[in-house]
Design a protein around this ligand. Structure first.
Ligand SMILES: Cc1cc2nc3c(=O)[nH]c(=O)nc-3n(C[C@H](O)[C@H](O)[C@H](O)COP(=O)(O)O)c2cc1C
Length: 318
């Protein structure tokens, strides 16, 4: 299954592991890239030294392409870009805003840039700024979210830009990959599914919580801060929502949220920590190596597409 995205990034399968703060470390990134997908280091709010170390550790494990996700709300954006350039990282994705001002510097150094967008307007603006591709991410995804669903957003972004589009949000199996291709995307980015990769350093309590999740297990909080986040519902999410309902200030909410993601996803406190994950959590039923996840998804998508081309009957279960 080769698409324009495979050509652009020199990868085998059009499957990208979304940059995830705390979880997009060399262990998962190198496993995904070795498995033929594209692994992305999640730099989050981490200092530049940490990002450099992750890049070097990834390179020790794989000579395949990988990328770095730059979180635009980080206080270290400039320094992380510097590290990316010094280390010769070939691909950058961005999250949490408009990376327009950074694109020329990255492009001049030959870095391929693929920002996450949640609207057609931003996709068009970033295409004009020089983005090589865009990731259209729907609001069913884990982490920071926009307002439009993947199903509605992806074809509109596809129609709005000429660069390849990657679909993200709510994709966890081969049916999702096939559907994304039907919507005009050239590949998929997944976060939640890869949390349950064997190589992902997420705490086992968090992984188990994803395995137990049903279709309505997530909630979106933080709308009053202007930065809504989707996570699994737990005590922390309920407390956060209650604070918002009684009109807590952004400063109060930020203080309450401090350190909670690490507490949940790394330390495994599944009640008091934040457990960022998407609606597709209900579809994740096993923990397996990243390479097996990629292979399974691509094979299932190929089966679904082959069956669709001969009959519309019996497609539902792959
Ligand atoms: C725990 C977690 C952390 C994330 N951190 C980031 C991040 O730092 N930067 C970013 O651009 N996206 C981040 N995302 C979004 C993912 O990269 C990806 O686009 C998203 O998870 C796709 O939706 P899915 O969860 O339905 O697969 C995060 C998602 C999760 C679940």
């Amino acid at each position: 299954m080769r698409t324009t995205i495979c050509e652009l990034f020199n990868i085998e399968y059009p499957v990208i592991q979304g940059g995830m703060v705390w979880l997009g470390t060399w262990e998962l990134v190198s496993a995904v890239s070795e498995g033929g997908g594209l692994g992305i280091i999640g730099s989050g709010n981490a200092p530049p030294g940490w990002v450099r170390e992750q890049i070097r550790l990834t390179r020790e494990r794989t000579d395949k392409p990988f990328g770095v996700n730059i979180m635009l709300m980080s206080p270290f954006v400039e320094q992380v870009i510097q590290v990316v350039l010094e280390e010769g990282v070939p691909i950058v994705t961005t999250g949490g805003g408009n990376p327009g001002i950074h694109i020329p510097r990255l492009k001049e150094a030959g870095v391929k840039v693929m920002p996450v967008v949640s609207s057609v307007a931003l996709a068009k603006r970033l295409e004009r700024a020089g983005a090589d591709a865009v990731i259209a991410e729907g609001m069913e995804s884990g982490g920071h979210i926009g307002e439009t669903t993947t199903m509605a957003l992806v074809p509109q972004v596809v129609d709005g830009v000429n660069v390849p589009v990657v679909a993200a949000g709510g994709i966890g199996d081969g049916r999702g990959l096939a559907a994304a291709l039907c919507l005009g995307a050239h590949g998929v980015q997944m976060g939640t599914r890869f949390i349950c990769a064997e190589e992902c350093i997420a705490h086992i309590n968090f992984k188990k919580k994803i395995l137990e999740a049903r279709d309505r297990a997530t909630v979106a909080t933080g709308y009053t801060t202007g930065h809504p986040v989707r996570c699994l519902e737990n005590r922390m999410a309920r407390q956060f929502a209650a604070m918002e309902a009684r009109g807590a200030t952004v400063a109060e909410l930020e203080k309450f949220g401090e350190g909670k993601l690490q507490l949940g996803v790394i330390k495994g406190d599944i009640e008091n920590g934040s457990l960022m994950a998407g609606q597709v959590a209900g579809l994740v039923k096993d923990i397996k190596p990243a390479a097996a996840i990629i292979r399974e998804i691509v094979e299932e998508a190929e089966r679904v597409i082959a069956r669709l081309s001969t009959s519309y009957l019996g497609v539902a279960n792959g």
